[in-house]
Design a protein around this ligand. Structure first.
Ligand code: PXL
Length: 282
């Protein structure tokens, strides 16, 4: 596959921000985002929202970062380093969501910097990463600021109460998500277990775009959603239009799924590090 353009050594690369939680197991969250950013050649900016305590077997708990520290991280880097795109992941609470939305607007980033919102609600083990009372803030505060929202099918059910089981319900879901205010909505079909494919559907209020890819059935797909959203943000920072950015990110996450590895005694992570071995064997 072709990757994103690289910046020559010594020159400042494009900067992409992750606003997300830390995964002590290193598979998902900020750690997954930073791996994808680095291996796609963009500089990682980091706003930590929460620190999770987890391993391959599940999330034992998490600590939320104080709101002024969350706002401060965004302000500090936006006012100095500059940011060409961002993505959100685990946001934990409605207060954190409101803080991020307020800061995003106050810094003049709304409407000028692409923002990919991955509405993370739970870990793959079903452990909660977003308080149920925060769904409303996600819908009303953050979605209207989003360039793209990227829920999986469980998140679609929580956000718009639609059970995606086929093409028709996937269309209804992507339209309902778009009606909440983002410029684009993507419904990922990766959890449509009945399909041999992983069909994703993108919508901007006018046109539908379908992205098909092989279903990679690995027991190790921790961090797949984070990796997709991070790759979309990286492509948008590079000036890709949305359908091209999503097509690129889908190819990227498919390769990361092929390279996923076992870790601990539970679920292992997808791996952006395939890019290193691909280069070595070229
Ligand atoms: O993959 C979703 C996700 C995002 N962020 C953090 C996580 C997880 C899943 O476990 O732990 C911090």
């Amino acid at each position: 596959m072709t990757y994103l353009p690289l910046t020559p050594p010594g020159q400042t690369p494009l900067r992409v921000m992750t606003i997300a939680g830390s995964d002590s197991g290193g598979g998902a969250g900020i750690q997954a985002d930073m791996r994808t950013f680095a291996l796609l050649g963009v500089h990682s900016l980091v706003t930590v929202t929460a620190v999770t305590v987890q391993n391959s077997l599940g999330v034992r708990g998490f600590h939320e970062i104080p709101l002024d520290v969350i706002a401060g991280q965004i302000e500090a880097v936006a006012s100095d380093i500059g940011v060409q795109a961002a993505k959100t992941g685990m946001l934990a609470s409605s207060a954190i969501i409101e803080t991020i939305a307020d800061t995003w607007r106050a810094q003049g980033l709304a409407g000028s910097v692409p923002l990919v919102v991955d509405p993370v609600c739970a870990s793959m083990h079903g452990d909660p990463l977003l308080h149920p009372s925060a769904l409303d803030a996600m819908r009303t505060e953050l979605f209207p600021l989003a360039t793209l929202v990227t829920p999986n099918l469980d998140e679609v059910r929580l956000l718009v109460d639609i059970d995606v089981v086929d093409e028709q319900s996937q269309r209804a879901a992507v339209q309902a998500l778009h009606a909440l205010g983002p410029q684009w909505a993507l419904v990922k079909g990766g959890h449509l277990r009945s399909s041999p494919h992983s069909p994703d559907l993108l919508y901007n209020g006018t046109d539908f775009f379908e992205f098909d890819g092989p279903r990679i059935d690995t027991g190790h797909d921790h961090g797949a959603g984070d990796t997709l959203a991070a790759a979309v943000a990286s492509a948008l920072a590079n000036g890709y239009d949305m359908p091209d950015a999503v097509a690129f990110a889908k190819r990227w996450v498919t390769e990361c799924l092929r390279a996923a590895y076992p870790l601990g005694s539970g679920h292992g992570p997808v791996s952006a590090m395939f890019r290193l071995s691909a280069d070595e064997h070229r």
